[in-house]
Write a protein that binds this ligand. Structure first.
Ligand code: MSP
Length: 523
């Protein structure tokens, strides 16, 4: 039995409508979840909404709504995004659910009940005085701030900060510096990409300040056990969602013992510190193993500009799907930019990818082969003769790419490399068609034509199997056109023993990847 796989997205603040950044993080997780399922692994893929804290409370007030009513509504639009993007999440958690309150309070109590490595209480009560950015839901030290042209102090993220003074419980993060450094040193893969790992390590090496983990000046949060005048700092509450979903505090539950520690927390680069520093420290303090890996991806800009509500250039994922189609959007987001780096969204590049990679390369290959089979082979998988070395070479390319490039790339979240390796086969398929010229063989050597078309159809079957995680609907249509049964689409089915059966009747082919024609979409 292969190992279970637990992958999580950040849970999204419900202060606003979902945008491309949200869709991106979850898409990456969806592709991994689908890939691991095709590997035969038992997968738990979690996403959800982060519904407490000052930012959400303020957004509710601005909308003139009661916070619970407000979060119920906005959370719904994130749920709608998961279906619009065809995400295969196994759970959708909301931090206002009772199961989550239970988990957070238990986690708090576990941390409070244990001592730090220096033998001091992990949690202590004191007065907090410092800067807080509601937009980031984060505390900042004076020396991290800059003063804008308007004279206002700002966090490195650009968010405005307010001076906050109130009684607060603190987490003794400073005592966890050494265990954290040891954890990073002992677990080479615990933070990706490597540049981020170095960043986090030097941040921790530079010394850690204790962290304020409760607030008293607003109410919209989970009460601190034994002191309900305090609500938990929203990040303590939010991070715990990853445990809630696997049944914590019941560490003997099936879900917890199967899936914890999580294999991967996928996050954007802006929230890496919370996941790679605070979260493993909270967990170690509670006596729970930290997750195996956190990966920080980059940010999207829109036609070269930072995406922001005030610039009015927020990209609505639903509008993108409407315009370009779902699977092309999924493909583009993971193909265009090396995962981990920042990327720019542009209409031109999107159209280029659709027309060149999808329509010209892949779509054309499939269309040429399937229509020749329909016309010349009685719409059945042709009977191959003896395979020539070049036929075998083509038909073994996908399994080799899987072992040598695709699987290792998925393990390091290098989606662009996986797609590169798949497209190398697509291009090899197109070269093979041109070289073998089956249309000419039709007259000179029909038996050889059958062999060539067989090798091509088989290669398309394999390509469609490995593109499933990225483009589930288009790949399913492709596999339907090759009459591949739904139970014969896992990665194990790339094996030569599952090659297409000659003589199988095939449905009438229809194009899977249409070109994007500018005029048809104008206005
Ligand atoms: N609620 C916290 C996460 C708590 S997890 C325990 C949060 N939510 S968020 O809604 O603000 O952001 C969620 C994710 O969207 C982050 O990973 C963030 O990096 C990502 N993105 C937001 N804007 C983005 C872009 N413009 N581009 C790519 N991703 C971006 O943070």
């Amino acid at each position: 039995m292969s190992a279970p796989y637990y992958v999580t997205t950040p849970i999204y603040y419900v202060n606003d409508q979902p945008h491309i950044g949200h869709a991106y993080t979850t898409l990456a997780c969806d592709v991994l979840a689908r890939f691991m399922r095709l590997e035969g692994r038992k997968v738990m893929f979690l996403t959800g909404t982060d519904e407490h804290g000052q930012k959400v409370e303020k957004a509710a007030a601005a909308a003139g709504k009661d916070p619970q009513q407000f979060v119920d509504e906005v959370s719904q639009s994130f749920r709608a995004l998961t279906s619009a993007m065809n995400f295969s999440n196994d759970d959708f958690i909301r931090t206002t659910e009772p199961r989550h309150t239970l988990c957070c309070q238990a986690l708090w109590e576990a941390v409070a009940a244990r001592k730090s490595p220096q033998g001091r209480p992990n949690i202590y009560l004191e007065k907090y005085g410092g800067w807080y950015a509601v937009r980031d839901e984060a505390y900042y030290a004076e020396d991290e701030l800059t003063v804008g042209a308007d004279g206002k102090k700002r966090a490195p993220s650009g968010a405005e900060v307010d001076w906050v003074e109130e009684p607060s419980y603190f987490f003794r993060l400073s005592d966890w510096q050494e265990p954290l450094l040891k954890f990073y040193a002992d677990n080479a893969d615990c933070i990706g990409p490597d540049s981020r790992r170095n960043e986090v390590t030097s941040f921790v090496k530079s010394g850690l300040r204790d962290l304020s983990i409760s607030r008293t000046t607003f109410k919209w949060g989970i009460p601190v056990p034994g002191d309900p005048a305090h609500v938990m700092y929203v990040w303590f509450d939010a991070l715990a969602n990853y445990l809630t979903a696997v049944g914590y505090p019941d560490t003997r539950s099936r879900a917890f013992s199967t899936f914890w520690p999580a294999d991967l927390h996928m996050v954007g680069k802006d929230i890496l510190r919370f996941h790679a520093v605070y979260w493993p420290a909270f967990l170690m303090a509670a006596g729970v193993d930290p997750a195996k890996r956190v990966f920080a991806h980059g940010w999207w800009t829109n036609e070269g500009q930072k995406i922001s509500k005030s610039l009015g250039n927020v990209i609505d994922p639903l509008a993108l799907i409407e315009r370009y189609g779902l699977d092309p959007v999924r493909y583009f987001l993971l193909r265009e930019v090396p995962f981990g780096q920042d990327g720019d969204f542009s209409h031109r590049q999107m159209v280029h990818r659709i027309n060149s990679d999808l329509a010209n390369d892949y779509g054309n290959l499939a269309q040429r082969v399937l229509s020749m089979i329909a016309k010349n082979c009685e719409a059945r998988v042709p009977q191959p003769g003896a395979f020539a070395p070049e036929d075998e070479a083509l038909m073994t390319q996908v399994p080799r790419a899987l072992a040598e490039a695709i699987r290792p790339a998925m393990q390091t979240q290098a989606f662009h490399e996986s797609l590169d390796a798949i497209w190398a086969v697509v291009r090899a398929g197109n070269r093979y068609v041109d070289e073998q010229a089956p249309w000419a063989l039709k007259k000179t050597d029909p038996a050889r034509m059958g062999t060539v078309l067989y090798a091509l159809a088989e290669t398309i079957r394999q390509i469609a199997i490995v593109t499933q995680p990225f483009m589930p609907q288009a790949s399913a249509r492709m596999l339907d056109q090759l009459a591949v049964g739904e139970d014969a689409r896992t990665l194990a089915h790339l094996d030569a023993k599952y090659r297409l059966a000659a003589g199988t009747a095939l449905p009438t082919p229809s194009g899977v990847f249409p070109r994007y024609v500018e005029e048809a979409h104008a206005g």
